[in-house]
Write a protein that binds this ligand. Sequence first.
Ligand code: B1M
Length: 643
Amino acid sequence: MSEFSGWRGFDLAERQAKIERAFNRSEVTSADDVPIMINTPCYFAFGNADVPADYFTNPASMVEYQAQGYEKHLATVEDDYVPYFMPWFGTGVLASGFGCQIKLQPGPGNDPAVAAPCITSPADAARLKMPDPYRDGWMPRVLDAIDYARAHSDLPPGLTDMQGPLDTLGLMCGQARLFEWMYKEPRMVHELFELVTEAFIEWVKVQKKHIGEPLDRSNGLQGVWSPAGVGIWESDDDLVLLDPGLYREFVVPCVSRIFEAFEGGSVHFCGDGVHQIENLLQIGNLRVVNNSPMGNFKAFAALKRRLGDRATLQIQDASPLDVESYYPRLFAEIDDFRGIILAPFVIDSMGMDEGGGYIPVDWDPYETANRIVAVTRDCVRKKLAGEPILPEPIGAVFPVAKPVEAEKKTRPELAVGQEAALEAVRDRLINFDSEGIKAAVRAALDAGLPPFTVVTLGMAEGMAEVGRLYEAGEFFLPQLVMAGATMREGMTVLEPLLKGEGEGQSKGTVVIGTVEGDLHDIGKNIVKTLLEAAGFTVHDIGVDQPVVNFVNEAREANAGIVAMSALLTTTMPNMAEVVDALREAGLSERVRVMVGGAPISREFADQIGAEGYAPDAVKAVREAERLMELSHAKNRIYDQPAP
Ligand code: B1M
């Protein structure tokens, strides 16, 4: 049992014993046996309106904010929370030790984050060296905050945010680049993973020395007090993006090494990681999987089933908007509550919607936390008693959509040899064979096919197949990146000829960026890669871009399309501002707007007056082509002489 068994008059020993029983997968005989650890004074700034302005620059401010919140929490919320001080400086601390710049965004509710990758070439990678936690990046800030808490507060400190080697390298290299290098420079990537893993382990050891906690347990891991046998947590969010083969090859050995160093650990990821379950089970000393199901109940149920008695499962969603409907649906999927810990966050001003996106709310977080306690305890009680927890189904609510008939395209008559040559192009594309595709393209040209036909019936159809495999869950993001890169190689043979044919000049100019306040760029980069591969000229203005930059770049580049990406619900309104600003600048006749990113929908695009929307990168290319068609059609009308 921990030495920290009481705080400010609150007895914590019983809570810790309950949590420990859950870690040991003890029998659940009453609703009260399932630990509920709700984080209300969330340690991060995102969506928390009253975070002090000096939160990230003054350790006293961070410690006091969290201590006050926990005091109120323990007095008001009837859960099992065990408080600790989280020295939170965003997700990029380790990456900053390797040289990535951290951007501290102005305004409340913003967390520090990596501004841009710091490794953009193999030469950069070769120069990397182990960071010094007392000197490099934001690591000293974390240590100062831990030291401050130990010297001046009764709240014991825990570890800072621990993005694992995969996520850290994703931040350092940019995920798309990292995925491409996994194929093209595997040895270099293995070396990078080894270096970052070693740095991760050393970094945790230094923090633990300052915290004064043993290697094998922790005052707090991502909001959760952890007993002996769980010394570390690491966030592997990017596992949802990777295919199982690459995760097994590059990541599993590193996480195993980390968990061995701390005698057991917890892997976190948000969303659907069903395709990685077998890999998770290969991680040595895996004690916990910490997952945000984000409304994907079936994936969560599969995860729970396959983990069996191998690991504790922590459910860590942000609070859903409709607590009374979300948890019954989630708990309906669980038949065995051994090893389950409910550890949600309640953000002051943000709730999770059906699709896992966050939308603004006006609620008292402590009251919401108590609603979660009441609903989830009731769900467990009913399940244990064999009572139904879901209302009777009321039949189909939504009209069944009629399947849309596939568009019939007229295909030119081709000779047998020509068909085979196009098939070879598609095959080389799908196998990411960048040398082979050039040879296949040349062979197709030698078979008498016009360059434009090689693009449309070879490259484009190959890419459509890649899109189908992606939708079917057989391909993942690395394969999209690689298909884009392979297509680019093939295009190097075709482009000069297409110019001659008059068809192959750029399909149009696209200005692409992520909107202000948003630093997510994985999706945006893949869209960019595929647009370029498909023959568009793309001006990438980067992440966190103010409205004016989209407008200026669109004017200067004489763009046909402004393409915006957003992953945070809080930054979506900035897309509407860009649409308005383009109109005010007199550019809306000439420039079509296209939007995308996980929380974006066609309805949202319509609402803000954006003509283009695509749910994924492959469809984004088709959408861009459609928008350019619209532009040409409109320009043809303008070009007509006035009657
Ligand atoms: Co963050 N993050 N994150 N994150 N992150 C999410 C998005 C989140 C859902 C996780 C969660 O809480 N459950 C949540 C957002 C909630 C919401 O508002 N909806 C979230 C949050 C809250 C945050 C922070 C605030 C956390 C914090 O620090 N407190 C913080 C914000 C930083 C900031 O932006 N200011 C943050 C930070 C980060 C990292 C830096 C750690 C990292 C980003 C690294 C990077 O981008 N360079 C990160 C990651 C990786 C994620 C998750 C795990 C993955 C997002 C992703 O890249 N998906 C995500 C949780 C999850 O989804 N499992 C999460 C893959 C990508 C390919 O998908 O971008 O949708 P997407 O792109 C698709 C399509 O949407 C489409 O094509 C792409 C490929 O098919 N598409 C377009 C994209 N753009 C398009 C444009 C188009 C057309 C199609 O036309 C123009």
